[in-house]
Design a protein around this ligand. Structure first.
Ligand code: CO8
Length: 258
């Protein structure tokens, strides 16, 4: 499928998806979200892809949902069309690891999209925020829930109620991002991280993602049981035999996702 608002490349088992609406600071409109959902679903189904990197430009990962597209909509339209509901569900359904490589603005829906990924690597110029309050609305695709889980109630309330931005250093300090790197080497760092993931068995990276995400959905005891069952089940794979044999033979494992 030919896309107009995103650029998709697959190389060395890593699918890179670049949001590409430079004139609107990558604001998320219906077309972009549909294209993104389609590209992510394809990448998830593609046997050649073992990790995904989602990124924007140096100036903006995404400056939010497209305000121009939304401004005249009524409650009835938003509700009946479940505005952006199915598209963001598609992002959450992806089973392969997704890294968000964020430079510049990640605001509103842009911050929420980054938080839907499995972890965030930020350029040192990144700015995160939930400024929807300035528009007379609130976050709409998970911001109040996910940001609170990342940074705790006090900081999340501060961000949602004042609409202030958080810089990369504060985002790392408060657990929103996994690491901060110089903005100019953001893609190199993100691709290195994705490359490391792509060296593993997809069976175990998918299982790890599923188990970590379970931590948000269940009790500790249930989560630990779920993890143990997944751990046991990985002993039915050829990749487990290969990984443990390679360790003992002091060589690099060759995983085949089997
Ligand atoms: N929507 C539409 N257009 C945008 C957006 C946006 N969110 N952000 C920037 N643009 C456009 C500007 O209108 C401008 O276009 P034009 O040249 O035609 O006027 C162009 O991008 C460049 O922007 P600026 O001139 O404003 O650039 P600055 O460097 O001066 O400022 C800012 C950058 C601070 C990022 C500023 O653009 C800004 O404040 N943007 C809006 C940020 C915002 O409020 N985001 C939240 C949007 S609401 C939201 O995300 C709800 C999420 C829940 C719904 C779920 C859907 C995914």
């Amino acid at each position: 499928m030919a896309y107009e608002t995103i650029i998709v490349e697959i190389e060395d088992h890593v699918c890179t998806i670049k949001l590409n609406r430079p004139d609107a600071l990558n604001a998320l409109n219906s077309q972009l979200l549909k294209e993104l959902a389609s590209a992510l679903t394809d990448a998830d189904r593609n046997d050649k892809v073992r990790a995904i990197v989602l990124t924007g430009s140096q100036k903006a990962f995404a400056a939010g949902a497209d305000i121009k597209e939304m401004s005249e909509k009524s409650f009835v339209e938003m509700y009946l069309t479940d505005f952006f509901g199915s598209e963001h569900e598609a992002v959450q359904k992806v089973r392969k690891p997704i890294i968000a490589a964020v430079a510049g603005y990640a605001l509103g829906g842009g911050c929420e999209l980054a938080m839907m990924c499995d972890f965030i690597i930020a350029g040192d110029n990144a700015k995160f925020g939930q400024p929807e309050i300035n528009l007379g609305v609130i976050a709409g695709i998970g911001g109040t829930q996910r940001l609170t889980r990342f940074v705790g109630k006090s900081k999340s309330m501060d961000m949602h109620l004042t609409g202030r931005f958080m810089d990369a250093e504060e985002a790392e300090r408060s657990g929103l991002v996994s690491r901060v790197v110089p903005a100019k080497s953001l893609m190199e760092e993100a691709m290195n991280a994705a490359g490391k993931i792509a060296e593993k068995s997809t069976l175990s990276t998918m299982a790890a993602k599923e188990a970590v995400n379970r931590a948000y959905e269940t009790t500790l005891a249930e989560g630990i049981l779920f993890e143990k069952r997944l751990f046991h089940s990985l002993f039915s794979t050829e990749d487990q035999k290969e990984g443990m044999a390679a360790f003992q033979e002091k060589r690099t494992a060759q995983f085949r996702d089997k």
